[in-house]
Design a protein around this ligand. Sequence first.
Ligand code: C5P
Length: 396
Amino acid sequence: MNELKGRKLVLGVTGGVAAYKAAELVRLLGKAGADVHVVLTEGGARFVTAVTFQALSGNPVWTDLWDPRMANNMAHIDLTRDADAILVAPATADVMAKLANGLADDLLTTLCLARECPLLVAPAMNRQMWESPATRRNAAQLLVDGVELLGPGAGEQACGEVGLGRMLEPEALCEAMIAFFQPKLLAGRRIVMTAGPTFEAIDPVRGITNSSSGKMAYGLARACAQAGAEVTLVSGPVSLPVPAGVERVGVRSALEMRDAVFAALPGADVFIGVAAVADYRPVNSAEHKIKKSGAELSLTLTPNPDILAEVASLPQPPFCVGFAAESRNLDEYAEGKRKAKKLPLIVGNLVQDGLGGDDNQVVLFDDQGRHPLPKAPKPDVARAIVAHLATLLPAF
Ligand code: C5P
């Protein structure tokens, strides 16, 4: 996806069992476009060799403060001079203690002390080590010093115990790095969004639904969270992973979606309706499976509430954003919906340009007029929508 394209990262690997996961992390960061330079501590090298990291990163691996390969013998300075960030993963209790106290007795800690770029640390240790007063103190000090702590997570540990102290998984760390570099355009904003299709039951196994992959909504929720917003995603049935930092509320029908939206709405600054809500639902849903017969069968349908229109007509509505997926006359239909539902912003797209695929092409309509965005991968489109939305929100 190239979301880390052009980023130079120094990855510090210290001596914890989770070092084996750092190999996968290098692969993922590289796949996302980052130029990764690994610095191994002596302890780290006991778990995974430099050869592995060199092969995966495509760059020389550094372990020694006195490495003569660096032109002026200044590896501790040169390696981070043009780096965008240092990530230490896994970070042992020992390296956290050193970083919190400004010790510099090997290449990695010296690099961290001499850096000009941000430092992120992914702790990995036994739960008692993590909970010990000394590590609590060190973690608090690192936060005060502006170091970003990623995790740790909870779960089963290499020692067999269960608790807090596991290194976050490589996928989660890679996501955290992508998020770290995003401008925090929506910091302090609370956003409620709808996603996916709704499913209106005819009987316990059949129903009426819309075709909606949920990809645009989940991508937008991810972009909002990465821009610093607190996001609640009220989602119809789709099987997509929930983006980091997003709270997902699972629903099935339009009525359940409406209830969940109104429950989440108090205090929200923004409401974004991305869901493809079914326009109608059966008046009656059979309790048991309807048996096949040769006779005709009629279903009586009743209109579903328009969730977005209801939210937008509250006495003090949040900033409301709609989506209009059309198969023709995009401008006319999208602008018509924006006016009818009283929305300050609507995102229009032609279904043939976006539905189900990885790319999308959208046009934003607001009080200032029409703003076409270039065709791009959905994550980029989501970020462009976030950037536009941020300019329209009232200042705090
Ligand atoms: O279905 P329609 O084209 O009117 O959808 C436009 C916008 O309204 C979308 O943002 C959709 O999520 C929202 N909507 C809704 N509840 C409905 C129908 C649509 O929130 N019942």
